[in-house]
Design a protein around this ligand. Structure first.
Ligand SMILES: Cc1cc2nc3c(=O)[nH]c(=O)nc-3n(C[C@H](O)[C@H](O)[C@H](O)COP(=O)(O)O)c2cc1C
Length: 211
């Protein structure tokens, strides 16, 4: 597969058919993900691979309990909460393999003020995004589907506790991996037009000359 095809082949797939994802393929994708640019040569990406059903079940239950608290405080009714949590629980527990992607924050610089602490933290969130895109595209190039779930961001402590992670390891995402269900049909993706994404503020030199 060439680069363009592999990038386009990565879609968020949430329903998988039976079939284990080869560990070697996951390791190849992790190795490619670890070529992502990172602040201060920090290489902070850490991946926890969950293959055992009971590990996925435990994590799904604990994250679900945390989400339940949030939904209750949002004022949702029991019935609606149950439907949301059941769907989310099934997503994780029905996936053949899940990967929790984390940042090793001991690799970050410390600052005395909140502005720079937040800036530094965001650099680590950025490199996680860069690594995850590569990870998922690498899987797609091998015919393995994936879906990025943001749940860990909302309950980092719970994920840390369930996985037995050290305090310095910050969970960022959960990526479901597997072979797409045979009846999976991707939602149509419009052909991207760069013009929709490029902005040219008036203060740029070229714009001033045009005016
Ligand atoms: C930061 C981030 C968080 C996401 N969180 C979720 C999520 O919690 N649940 C989910 O089903 N999809 C999640 N997605 C997947 C998006 O819904 C998906 O990328 C989007 O709908 C575009 O579809 P595509 O990936 O097939 O192009 C997330 C994607 C990103 C980048």
């Amino acid at each position: 597969m060439n680069f363009e095809d592999a990038v386009a082949a990565r879609r968020s797939v949430r329903v998988f058919r039976d079939g284990a994802v080869p560990r070697a393929a996951v390791e190849r994708a992790v190795a490619l993900a670890a070529t992502a640019p990172a602040p201060h040569h920090s290489s902070p990406w850490r991946f926890v691979v969950l293959e055992e059903p009971r590990d996925k079940e435990r994590l799904a239950r604990s994250m679900g309990a945390a989400w339940r608290e949030d939904l209750l405080s949002d004022g949702l009714k029991e019935g609606a909460i149950g439907r949301i949590l059941d769907r989310s629980h099934a997503l994780l527990t029905h996936s053949p393999l899940a990967v929790v992607c984390c940042a090793e924050m001991s690799r970050s610089h410390s600052y005395p003020d909140e502005r720079r602490r937040l800036a530094e933290w965001s650099l680590f969130a950025h490199t996680i995004g860069a690594a995850l895109q590569t990870f998922m595209v690498a899987l797609a190039a091998e015919g393995i589907a994936s879906c990025w779930l943001s749940a860990p961001v909302f309950c980092r402590e719970v994920v840390r506790r369930e996985l037995g992670l050290e305090e310095s390891i910050e969970p960022h995402a959960l990526v479901l991996c597997g072979y797409a269900s045979l009846d999976y049909r991707p939602r149509e993706r419009p052909v991207a037009d760069a013009g929709d994404y490029l902005i040219a503020p008036d203060s740029l030199c070229g714009r001033e000359q045009e005016a």
